[in-house]
Each structure stands twice: as structure tokens, then as C-alpha cells.
Write a protein that binds this ligand. Structure first.
Ligand SMILES: *Cc1c(COP(=O)(O)O)cnc(C)c1O
Length: 389
């Protein structure tokens, strides 16, 4: 059966060139990077090199990169770290209603510990403005955390403008850029970003490894203690193969990022323009143009998202109803609800996320299968009474 993988926002395929780079560190090169002997120096040097690759991909300095176990740990480290370290200055944090749960649940935890969190509402496309951030900043605000691009609907936030407002007001600015790194160009200096989370498995690197960029001069206490690794900012013997793979993957992803983005945008826009012609009563979720080059998200009215996914899977197409973390639960997406969708419409959402390996034929196949599946499900649906819209 033809198989089409369109769930790259959940995770991506490890690039063969990345595996080649990792292989020696899974076999012959195994020293502990903290050991002073030859074996340790070999792996320590490999980590230095990877750190350089990560730093240059986002225009940071090598000393500003803390390697973590992934995006979730990077988000936790940034938010909990700033809250702990700067609590004397204030206990107010600003975020948005559409963040990843790694940010939202961390903020909820801090609320239980006496911090105050403002969850900025978003517009119909899932975006906040820099003006909203400005108006929410108070004298006791210590942190603004706004994602770079949304993992469900792909909308890109005005990060550089938000960064400029935060700097003007003297408030730290963290961005969860897990969906953006390797997909759109990022310059932490030009964009006034103080802290940024990234994760290797979202750009064809290995799972279980990520990084937090922390601008020089900002102190973020370690979340995990017990060793002097990462200059005392993250304890634990390093995941050397993972780190080496992340370095190679970010280099490859950022190499001709514009060209790959343009190619994916063409395929993305084919789905965005063709699906409404082939299936009545659909709604595009997220901004029509200011979105990730690989993200398509539609609500297909009168159908349950889960049943579309099941039928697509039976036809070899892997998609998602939103985020991998919430599928399996029956709660509709917090992102779609925050954008003003009704529970019913939010339930019928379908996310398809492309990679640079997605082909024209893959898109043809989706455009052939999806309308058939949608029609069949609608005919069976108790929500659908024969009238659309
Ligand atoms: C995937 C994702 C995360 C979590 O990253 P992990 O490396 O899987 O922990 C955090 N934020 C966003 C926006 C994501 O898409």
C-alpha cells in the first residue's frame, strides 16, 4: 500500500546523513565527555562541534546553548528557571492561550506556587500582537513566553516585534521555537530573543535531545542537578550520539532553508486551495499565508477528526487531529477553541504537516483519497442532516 507521512509536526524521519554522523558515537567512540583522557576528549570535542552548529544556526554564541533532553525540558528550564531566579523582581508571567502544553502546564504549575499568569487571547488565526504584550506588561512582570509558530495551525507569531517590546520594557522574552527551527530562518540577536527552545526530532534529528538558548548574562538555574555538565546548567552524562545528530541535523535543515521552504509552500498551498474545491463545508485553520511552510489544518464540518484519521490511516495516509499529545483524549484542541471555533467544528480538525521529502504524488494521493473519505463519513454522520453550512 502507498504510505504518505504527513505528521511531521509530531516528529520527523531521521535523516540518513544524520545517522551516518551519529554512528561512530554509538559504536567506537564512547568516552564520557567529562573524562580527561583521550576517550573523553574525543566526545567532548564532538559536543563542542555540535554546540557550534546549533549556535550558528540561530546566530547565538556557543556559550549561550544549553543542551537538554528535548523541547519540553527546554521550555520547563526556561520558565521555571526564570520564575525561581527572578521571583524577587516579580511573580507575573505573560504567555498565550495557544502554547504547547510544555509551556501551558509549566505556567499552571507556577500558578499553584503563587505566580500570576496572563494568558493572552488570540485572534481568529491564532496570533497575538506585540501591542497586546505591551499592554499586559506590569512592573512585576518577569517573563514573556510566546511560541514562534503554532504546532497545530502553523501560524507564525510576530516574534521580533514582541522581542522589541520586551527589551524596551526590560522583561525577559522566551520563545518555544520547536516548530520553527529548521523550517524558517531565525536570528536570536536580530529578533531580540532572550531564550529559545528547540528540539532535534522536529528537524530530522534524533528524538530525546534538544537545546535551550539563553542570552549571555541571564541566569537560569539548573532543572536537573547532580553534575557540572553544561557548565552547571544541566546535570547528567551527555547523550553524545543524540547531540552529534542534532548538530548535523540543524546544519542540514538550515542549509538552503529558503529553497526548501518555497518547495514545501507550493505543495502546502495546493492542499489549501484544492481541498475546499473538492470538499464542501471545510474551514482552513490558521493564517492563510503567515504560517509554517509545511502546515495545513482544516476543519471538516460534521465529521469527527478521529474518524477521518482512522480512515486516512486505512488508506496509508498518516495525519493528525491537532497535536500528538492530545489525540487519544476526547477534549477538542485548546488552540482551536482559543481561536473561537465551536467544540463541534474543533472536533473535525485535520492537520497535515509536510516535510522536504513530501512529493507532488503524495499530494495527488491525498487529494484523491480525502474527498472520498469525507463524503463517506458525512453520509454516516449523525451530525450531518444533508445540508452543509
Ligand atoms: C514537539 C513540541 C514540543 C516538545 O518537544 P519534545 O522534544 O517532544 O519534548 C514543545 N513545543 C512545541 C511547539 C512542539 O511542537
Amino acid at each position: 500500500m502507498k504510505r504518505v507521512y504527513l505528521d511531521n509536526a509530531a516528529t520527523t524521519k531521521l535523516s540518513p546523513a544524520v545517522l551516518d554522523e551519529m554512528m561512530p558515537f554509538l559504536t567506537n567512540i564512547y568516552g564520557n565527555p567529562s573524562s580527561p583522557h583521550f576517550f573523553g576528549q574525543q566526545t567532548a570535542a564532538a559536543i563542542d562541534h555540535a554546540r557550534q552548529q546549533i549556535a550558528s544556526a540561530i546566530n547565538a554564541d556557543t556559550g549561550e546553548i544549553i543542551i537538554t533532553s528535548g523541547g519540553s525540558e527546554a521550555d520547563n528550564t526556561a520558565i521555571r528557571g526564570i520564575a525561581e531566579r527572578y521571583s524577587k523582581k516579580g511573580r507575573h508571567i505573560i504567555t498565550t492561550a495557544v502554547e504547547h502544553h510544555a509551556v501551558l502546564h509549566t505556567c499552571e504549575l507556577l500558578e499553584k506556587q503563587g505566580y500570576e499568569v496572563t494568558y493572552l487571547p488570540v485572534d481568529e488565526y491564532g496570533a497575538v500582537t506585540a501591542e497586546q504584550v505591551r499592554e499586559a506588561i506590569r512592573p512585576d512582570t518577569i517573563l514573556v513566553t510566546v511560541m514562534f509558530a503554532n504546532n497545530e495551525v502553523g501560524t507564525i507569531m510576530p516574534v521580533a516585534e514582541i522581542g522589541a517590546v520586551c527589551h524596551e520594557k526590560g522583561v525577559f522574552f522566551h520563545t518555544d521555537a520547536v516548530q520553527a527551527v529548521g523550517h524558517v530562518p531565525i536570528d536570536v540577536k536580530a529578533m531580540n530573543i532572550d531564550m529559545l527552545s528547540l528540539s532535534a526530532h522536529k528537524f530530522h534529528g534524533p528524538k530525546g535531545v534538544g537545546a535551550l538558548y539563553v542570552r549571555k548574562g541571564i541566569v537560569v538555574p539548573a532543572l536537573i542537578v547532580g553534575g557540572a555538565q553544561e557548565r552547571n546548567r544541566r546535570a547528567g552524562t551527555e547523550n553524545v550520539p543524540g547531540i552529534v545528530g542534532m548538530g548535523k541535523a540543524i546544519e542540514l535543515a538550515c542549509d538552503d532553508i529558503d529553497e526548501k521552504g518555497r518547495r514545501m509552500t507550493v505543495l502546502r498551498d495546493r492542499l489549501i486551495t484544492e481541498i475546499p474545491k473538492l470538499i464542501p463545508a471545510v474551514k482552513l485553520n490558521g493564517h492563510p499565508t503567515n504560517r509554517l511552510p509545511n502546515n495545513v489544518n482544516f476543519s471538516i464540518k460534521y465529521i469527527e477528526g478521529e474518524s477521518i484519521l482512522l480512515m486516512l490511516d486505512l488508506n496509508g495516509i498518516a495525519a493528525s487531529s491537532g497535536s500528538a499529545c492530545t489525540s487519544g483524549s476526547l477534549d477538542p484542541s485548546h488552540v482551536l477553541l482559543a481561536m473561537g471555533l465551536t467544540h463541534e467544528v474543533a472536533h473535525g480538525s485535520l492537520r497535515m504537516t509536510l516535510s522536504d521529502e513530501t512529493t507532488e504524488e503524495d499530494i495527488d494521493y491525498v487529494l484523491e483519497v480525502l474527498p472520498r473519505v469525507a463524503e463517506r463519513l458525512r453520509n454516516m454522520s449523525p451530525l450531518y442532516n444533508g445540508q452543509l453550512d
